[in-house]
Design a protein around this ligand. Structure first.
Ligand code: NOJ
Length: 542
């Protein structure tokens, strides 16, 4: 066995080797709840706090530490809640403030931390601020949003495009100015250069922290502040509105619309607020190219605590891609990474990795690798069951992103959670807002709990083994070279290995198996299997 350690300390997650944990999230495992699809307590077909609170014991049993709940605020639901009309209230469909309090209390009783989604980059166009802002150029709320006069030809003020594709500007006929929206036209971007917006969000944070939440997942965390002069981005290649949305995005070099240096000042301020409550700031830091910009948001330790790295949702199943998906951020971002292979925004990894049991084996093995990386791994509801993307008929789909380009749609990841093998799958007694997507009894929590070899029980054992490895939390990350086609790395005396080759391979090291995705405790891995092993002291010499 040969290990390769990154040498320059700035280039890796080394840091002093510590066996103690300094912050509650240092060695945590997270779990994302898409509230609309988790558990419906009142039978209207939409998940809500009442249902969710009852199901929290599943998460305690599974062994995760921190739960992230997607937006539940009053909203016209143009983007299913990511279009917020009031930041300090609860949409009736999800419950009430009392229900939030009850949920927080139950989570804490079970030893779970609970963080909530906050959406500061944009509001809904139905938010009172935007309704006011639209009243005219002199309205006191006008500067809560980003307005600009048309270009000389009457078109949009610059060439910025939105994350969902198409231009990021919409003309407000009444005033003759355009307003900016990096998402839907009904999601106008807030103006983070306006101190009134900054102050308003300080209050929003405290409002929820005072109710006992343990932190925030910050939507579109990379984009809050925009270029002061709203300069056009350099164009890198051809662009038209019919292209797949990420191809549209990648046709530009996003130097002026996202990752502006001033954004970190907002998070420094939030960090001071969070410190009063020992709360976590977890950013949806979505960018795969500008690593220096991401590094600035998380690495100083005084801004975001953790930022998600999204490479794991955009890679194929091969050893090289897995290695570079891990190495790229680990080399460039010196602290605070969050990892996930699934979310409510992407097709499920089981399907992306080949589907069926092949995809399930690979997704579990990939989860094993994520559990060993420096940072916080997150599961997305249903991942623990080995769920594939739901299968939906075109007429069942509801995601506005899929309208322009069906392959971009996100509904397949959002079908309801499957709890029991009964009609409605224990999710709802009513008609679900989105169909179940072709689930079977074998996909349910109840059936899988009874089978010690189920995907659910294997995920649970994996989480339990990870939990016992607190000594890796601050240990250096080192690649381990074993057989070709094996991705392996070491943290302290623990090796995480995955066989990504088509043949069975022996792990050439003196070690004890702590966990295997497959059966047995031999030091060998069948194709697509993974293992966590503890090195014998004699093998520790590198
Ligand atoms: C990221 C969220 O995860 C996604 O669902 C949403 O559409 C966009 N941000 C806009 O808020």
């Amino acid at each position: 066995m040969k290990t390769i350690t990154f040498d320059a300390s700035r280039e890796c997650m080394t840091g002093p080797e510590m066996t103690h944990l300094t912050r509650w999230w240092d060695h945590a495992v997270g779990y994302e709840i898409y509230i609309r699809s988790f558990a419906d307590g009142d039978g209207d077909g939409i998940g809500d706090f009442a249902g969710l609170t009852e199901r929290l014991d599943h998460l305690a049993w599974l062994g995760v530490d921190v739960v992230w709940i997607t937006p539940f605020y009053p909203s016209p639901m143009a983007d299913w809640g990511y279009d917020v009309a009031d930041y300090t209230a609860v949409d009736d469909r999800f419950g009430s403030l009392d229900d939030v309090d009850a949920c927080v209390a139950r989570a804490h009783e079970l030893g779970l931390k609970l963080i909530i989604d906050i959406v500061p980059n944009h509001s809904s166009d139905q938010h009172a601020w935007f309704q006011e802002a639209r009243q005219g150029l002199d309205n006191p709320y006008r500067d809560h949003y980003i307005w600009a006069d048309p270009a000389a030809d009457g078109g949009p003020p610059n060439n910025w495009i939105g994350y969902f594709g198409g231009p990021a500007w919409t003309l407000d006929e009444a005033s003759g100015q355009y307003y900016l929206h990096l998402f839907l036209p009904s999601q106008p971007d807030l103006n983070w250069r306006n101190p009134a917006v900054i102050d308003a969000f300080d209050d929003v944070l405290r409002f929820w922290l005072d109710r006992g939440v343990d932190g925030f997942r910050i939507d579109v965390a990379q984009a809050l502040v925009k270029d002061r002069e709203l300069r056009s981005n350099p164009q890198l290649g051809p662009w038209d509105e019919t292209m797949y949305r990420w191809e549209q995005w990648d046709a530009f070099d996003h130097v002026h619309d996202i990752l502006q240096p001033e954004t970190v000042d907002i998070y420094r301020r939030w960090n001071r607020i969070a410190a009063d409550y020992d709360a976590l700031l977890l950013g949806e830091t979505y960018d795969l190219h500008r690593l220096d910009g991401l590094d600035r948001l998380v690495s100083g330790g005084d801004a975001l605590h953790v930022g998600f790295w999204f490479g794991a949702m955009h890679m194929d199943w091969n050893a090289e891609e897995i290695r570079s998906t891990f190495e790229t951020p680990i080399r460039s971002i010196s602290a605070g990474l969050g990892w996930a292979q699934n979310s409510h925004d992407e097709h499920r990894s089981v399907s992306r990795f080949g589907g069926g049991d092949l995809g399930r084996r690979r997704a579990l093995t990939f989860a094993l690798l994520l559990m060993g990386l420096p940072g916080v791994p997150f599961l997305y509801q249903g991942e623990e069951l080995g769920l594939e993307s739901g299968t939906l008929r075109p007429e069942d789909k509801l995601d506005p992103v899929g309208e322009a380009n069906p392959s971009s749609g996100r509904d397949e990841a959002r079908t309801p959670m499957t709890w029991e093998p009964v009609e409605g799958f224990g999710f709802s007694t009513g008609t679900p807002w989105l169909p179940y997507g072709g689930r079977q009894a074998a996909d349910t929590v109840a059936v899988q709990r009874d089978d010690p070899d189920s995907w659910l029980n294997r995920h649970r054992r994996l989480i339990a083994v990870r939990k016992d490895l607190a000594e890796i939390a601050h240990a250096p990350f080192e690649w381990v070279e074993t057989a070709p086609g094996v991705v392996a790395f070491r943290r302290h005396d623990v090796v995480f290995a995955a066989n990504v080759s088509p043949s069975t391979v022996a792990l050439d090291m003196g070690a004890t198996v702590l966990f295997r995705t497959g059966a047995g405790d031999a030091l060998e891995l069948a194709p697509d299997e993974g293992a966590i092993v503890r090195l014998d002291p004699a093998s520790m010499v590198t």
